[in-house]
Write a new protein. Sequence first.
Length: 155
Amino acid sequence: MTDDALLGRLNAAVLSDTDRRVAVAGFGLACAIGLVFAFVGLDTRSLWFDELFTAKLIEPWPATTLFGRIVTDLHPPLYLLTLGAFAQLLGDGENGLRLPSALAACGAIVVFVLGTRAAFSLPARLLMALGAEAAKVVAQEFEDGSLGYVLYHPR
């Protein structure tokens, strides 16, 4: 192998390593910001119908138990038990009812990034995690009607 060919391969390796570092730093920072913002503004919007229904379900009723009320609902029992514990600690307001879901969503992203280590590179895993975080924002905008209105009612 000539010196020029060796130098070319070395430059390519250095550039790809630099690209990888930039990708990991950029995607990693964006993911970290997304995970933090999952907890910002939990109480900025009032409760939706399904959240109000769930709050009513975990609220103590006379002559009933939480287990008795859980069997009447379609949600997984562990979800309602966890939500009931959070509601007892934090109250049944927006923060108390939304915090378990925000924790679970962030936990799922962390488990995905760590669990797919054998199949994907770190930049690819961070990019996919960032896509999952962005999908949540787009879904929220559709539910609020702001993004859906813009997309379905062009001017």
